[in-house]
Design a protein around this ligand. Structure first.
Ligand SMILES: Nc1ncnc2c1ncn2[C@@H]1O[C@H](COP(=O)(O)OP(=O)(O)O)[C@@H](O)[C@H]1O
Ligand SMILES: [Mg+2]
Length: 364
């Protein structure tokens, strides 16, 4: 049932990172309060939110206080433990829902689901024991990449392996937790599609963008991706099919490898995505506002791209260049308010835009 949240209501946000910070700003602009559930008071979203509950993921008393204080719950952190998601969903509407989250947060469930709806992925096999590791190396072949099934991000929890002799050692160094073994894809490019799906099932997708990673971390997003139209359309259609099959409400990102004529899905994220940050400065309505609109039961906004964009992440010490970026009149600088610079840590991003002759490439 469509439940429209009136301005003045409170949106609960699980997770205190930069994605929550940017979504909180959108919530505020639409007249909502945003109440963040964060692990510590110095997380980026806390200062952007009207309120925060600080607690661990297993602190059910704190989670209950949070649930009592909000009207609807969404998230910026996809690894919310399944029992926490179920607990909260029994108290307040959780969007996206428990099943979509469970699928997106476990690479085994994710790939099983994708293949079950006819979406192609890299060749893969599950690894849960020495016997399944051995079977996986046989069926996947080499070179391959071993990834922890749960909790990985920014290339963490992944090891490339060249042959079966190192497979056991690699799995041991990942803690012998459930993993997937994937064939390495010699992709030409990586692209992604970010879309929003409302409670009424209406989907608004942004055009496909190209992503460049370094050491498994997103470095740069180019919008739009320079792609044959047919691939761009296929990427968008596939993302929509995934959203429908998950009965998804909120913002969903789908990452792809382009391997010759084939489009393979790498992974999905049940939340706004780093490769959608460019929409803040180059689209009519950005991915964070879409998240708020979707979970609040509002109509989605237009995904029309009014500018071309290059989004560059400021990772680790790259943030020290902020004065150079702010001095560039065409650059939109976004800083996440993180005090401590660490290698590989996302500290901010900068988006450079240039006008398009005629807005195009959007679904609405
Ligand atoms: N099977 C693969 N073949 C080639 N490159 C890969 C493969 N899996 C991951 N990568 C590279 O590593 C990056 C991060 O991997 P990903 O599975 O997206 O994990 P994360 O959750 O850390 O984003 C990808 O964007 C891609 O550049
Ligand atoms: Mg990824």
């Amino acid at each position: 049932m469509l439940k429209l949240l009136k301005p003045g209501s409170t949106i609960g946000m699980l997770g205190g990172g930069q994605l929550g910070r940017m979504a909180a700003a959108s919530a505020l602009r639409l007249g909502y309060h945003c109440h963040v559930y964060a692990q510590s008071a110095d997380e980026p979203a806390v200062e952007a939110a009207s309120d925060a509950t600080i607690g661990a993921w297993d602190d059910f008393a704190a989670l209950d206080r949070f649930a009592d204080a909000v009207d609807v719950i969404t998230l910026e952190f996809e690894n919310v433990p399944p029992e926490v998601a179920r607990h909260l969903a029994a108290r307040k509407p959780l969007r996206p829902g428990v099943d979509a989250l469970a699928t997106a947060q476990d690479r085994i469930a994710e790939k099983t689901f994708l293949n079950s709806i006819g979406v192609e992925t890299a060749r893969w096999a599950r690894v849960e024991s020495s016997a399944t590791l051995e079977a996986a190396t046989q069926s996947v072949g080499f070179p391959a990449i071993l990834k922890v099934a749960r909790q990985g991000y920014d290339g963490k929890g992944q090891i490339r392996i060249s042959g079966s002799q190192v497979a056991e050692t690699a799995w041991t160094s990942l803690g012998r937790v459930p993993c997937v073994l994937e064939g390495i894809v010699a992709f030409e490019r990586e692209i992604s599609v970010v879309l929003a799906r409302g409670q009424d099932g209406v989907i608004a997708a942004y055009p496909a963008v190209e992503n460049r990673h370094e050491n498994g971390i997103l470095q740069e997003t180019l919008a739009p991706a320079a792609l044959p139209q047919i691939l761009a359309e296929e990427a968008q259609a596939t993302a929509e099919r995934i959203a429908l099959a998950l009965d998804f409400v909120g913002v969903l990102a789908v990452e792809y490898f382009i391997d010759g004529p084939r489009l393979l899905v790498n992974e999905i994220a049940p939340r706004p995505h780093n490769s959608g940050h460019w929409t803040m400065d180059a689209c009519y309505v950005c991915q964070f506002e879409q998240q708020i609109r979707a979970v609040a039961g509002l109509p989605l906004g237009s995904t029309i791209r009014h500018s071309n964009a290059v989004m560059t992440n400021l990772i680790g010490e790259a943030v020290l260049e902020w004065q150079t970026h702010i001095a560039d009149p065409g650059a939109h600088l976004h800083l996440y308010g993180k005090n401590e610079i660490r290698p590989g840590r996302k500290m901010g991003h900068v988006t450079r835009v240039s006008p398009v002759a005629r807005p195009a490439n959007a679904s609405r």
